[in-house]
Design a protein around this ligand. Structure first.
Ligand code: GDP
Ligand code: MG
Length: 174
């Protein structure tokens, strides 16, 4: 139900430079390493969460899409979304809200899992967006929220496990 060859399509959205490629790159398999250098945008990964396997197709495609149709097809093709901003860049936080609004507009009647991610928590001194602001934004936009550091690999596993749980909640009709 709702999958493509058993994979859930998880699309990453967010301004350039916020860390989308770094976040998905953590799930890059050894054999992908060479192609990843050549800007690969699709990653398959299978996560075991609560004793059950779920396969994700992570789609880091926004920057390609932007050139052609302003992300429109990215907003249509995902089963789930990860909207990333950098806690060191307030304008990327504002873009995240804008993307959430666009997504709601595009997928009005669907209850799609969305996680708002404040990345780069290791850059403590450059923080421009507080945890409270991120959390409040997620409440307003009715999505989950987590802060991560791709560089320290902090909360990245939790992010993707959270995504899997969100997908299962929808699947199980909760
Ligand atoms: P994208 O454009 O959203 O795909 O962002 P990238 O993954 O290419 O990252 C942009 C830059 O931010 C790169 O120089 C990364 O090394 C850096 N970066 C990504 N995530 C983090 C993070 O969690 N902490 C820090 N300090 N830098 C990060
Ligand atoms: Mg990128």
């Amino acid at each position: 139900e709702g999958t493509c060859d058993g994979f859930f399509r998880v699309v990453l959205l967010g301004d350039p430079g916020v860390g989308k490629s770094s976040l998905v790159g953590i799930f890059r398999r050894e054999q992908d390493r060479e192609t990843a250098e050549q800007q690969q945008e699709l990653y398959q990964c299978t996560l075991t969460v609560d004793g059950e396997d779920t396969s994700l197709l992570l789609m880091d495609i926004c920057e390609i899409q932007k050139r052609t149709d302003g992300c429109d097809s990215a907003l249509r093709m995902g089963h789930a979304y990860i909207i990333v901003y950098s806690i060191t860049d307030r304008s990327s936080f504002e873009s995240a809200s804008e993307l959430r609004i666009q997504l709601r507009r595009t997928r009005q009647y669907e209850n799609i899992p969305i996680i708002l991610v404040g990345n780069k928590t290791d850059l403590v001194r450059s923080r421009e967006v507080s945890v409270e602001e991120g959390r409040a934004c997620a409440v307003v936009f009715d999505c989950k929220f987590i802060e991560t550091s791709a560089v320290l690999q902090h909360n990245v596993q939790e992010l993707f496990e959270g995504m899997v749980r969100q997908i299962r909640l929808r699947r199980d009709g909760a």
